[in-house]
Design a protein around this ligand. Structure first.
Ligand code: PMP
Length: 417
């Protein structure tokens, strides 16, 4: 009965890690996977997370009952404040509906599924007409997720390979010429895979077009704190769009900024134009999010929600978390500086972009788009045992004091050909 089931190739990123593990070369480097590593190349359990786990283990009032459908209340109320800010008008006016999700992936899934069913301008439209515009390039899973819930992802111009930076003009023109009330996916900070974020001035221009055209902003925020090391700074674009009254939703993930990859803890926040049960009101939206959650997973898992809730609600733990985040962000920034210095000054590696290797330090967050072409990436893999995606993206977190010299030396070799 499954004779016509097509064989799907393995996920490119996970295959890269499997190939890396099977490689016996002693200097091999894994720059594929988007997970933070410490300076010894090891997975990192945040000290604040260790503390929270001990508190949970010793708390005899905790049991293993089901959570409410929307998730752990202390988590859902705190997570909204983290992204929108304590004083957010949307929160104060009761316009935000938040549900706990299976990390950022689950939030993206519900966000798109919710729009597919209820986004007014899409009423009566076909799958092909329910378009979510995504940056070219974007996290590969966005397209699969949106397709799987009956939406159609379509690229908008974002990255310019010639400058290894943002193609702002093409992006703004596209926003202006798209039909009114189009849905655009935006990376709130630390764009994956390019590491290229708009500046605040550029975000303002983008938001103005959203307001003028009535576009809907589908914010994906998987790296809050990871871009600049500062949680509020990284939430700036979202908060600006809220202030400008752009209709929007925000997906959150605690995989990266709390190192809770496997615990699958995240949230979806839909901002309504009204609080109660009136047209477009939060109460209606919330009721549909609950229905969706109930039919898919009944109730979300407890452990990650308890950890994050403790960290967000206890001022002392929250302060410690901020320190942990800035230590991760700082290590990545240090690696960017070192890599730049090695390529530019030690090896004097010929530039692949118009501004030497400065894109390595100007890009932000966990990833860097090196500007290396597919052949150079292939050479890095085959000759240097360096695992990276074919589009030239590297995870900066995979670099450390022990392997960065070797990596730079290999990059120099493949660029010189
Ligand atoms: N969005 C983006 C842009 C991402 O890079 C990721 C993680 N790679 C996610 C969402 C979701 O990750 P998770 O489901 O692990 O939270």
């Amino acid at each position: 009965v499954f004779a016509t089931t097509p064989l799907n190739p393995p996920d490119a990123i996970f295959k890269l890690t499997a190939d890396y593990k099977a490689d016996t070369f002693d200097k091999k480097v894994n720059l594929g996977v988007g997970a933070y590593r410490d300076n010894a190349g090891k997975p990192f359990v945040l000290p604040v997370v260790r503390k929270a786990k001990i508190l949970i283990a010793n708390d005899e009032t905790l049991d293993h009952e089901y959570l409410p459908i929307a998730g752990l209340p202390a988590f859902t109320s705190a997570t909204g404040k983290l992204i929108f800010g304590e004083d957010s008008p949307a929160l104060k006016e009761g316009r935000v509906s938040t549900i706990q999700t299976i990390s950022g992936t689950g939030a993206n899934h519900y966000g798109a599924a919710f729009l597919e069913r209820f986004y007014g301008p899409w009423a009566g439209k076909t799958k092909e007409e329910k378009v979510i515009y995504v940056s070219n390039p974007t996290w590969a899973n966005h397209k699969s997720i949106f397709n799987s819930v009956g939406c159609t992802p379509v690229d908008y111009p974002y990255y310019d390979p010639k400058t290894i930076g943002l193609n702002l003009t093409a992006f703004l023109d596209f926003l202006r010429s798209a039909p009114a009330q189009s849905v655009f996916l935006l990376h709130a900070c630390a764009h994956n895979p390019t590491g290229v974020d708009p500046t605040r001035e550029q975000w303002k221009e983008i938001a103005d077009i959203f307001t003028a055209k009535g576009h809907y902003a589908f914010f994906d925020c998987a790296y809050q704190g990871f871009a600049s090391g500062d949680l509020d700074n990284d939430a700036w674009a979202v908060r600006h769009f809220v202030e400008k009254k752009v209709p929007l939703l925000v997906c959150q993930s605690y995989a990266k900024n709390a190192g809770l990859y496997g615990e699958r803890i995240g949230a979806l926040n839909v901002v309504a134009s009204h609080s109660g049960d009136v047209e477009g009101g939060a109460q209606r939206i919330n009721s549909q999010l609950l229905l969706m959650q109930r039919s898919e997973i009944s109730n979300p898992p407890t452990f990650g929600a308890r950890i994050v809730s403790l960290i967000l609600n206890d001022p002392k733990l929250f302060a410690e978390w901020k320190q942990d985040i800035s230590s991760m962000a700082e290590r990545i920034i240090l690696m960017r500086k070192k890599l730049f210095d090695l390529l530019e000054n030690k090896y004097k590696t010929p530039a692949v972009g118009p501004n030497g290797w400065s894109h390595i330090t100007s890009q932000i967050g966990m990833f860097s788009f090196t500007g290396l072409n597919p052949q150079q990436c292939k050479d890095l893999l085959e000759k240097g045992h360096i695992y990276l995606t074919a589009n030239g993206r590297i995870s900066m977190a995979g670099l450390n004091e022990s392997n960065i010299e070797y990596f730079a030396e290999c990059v120099d070799k493949v660029v010189r050909g």
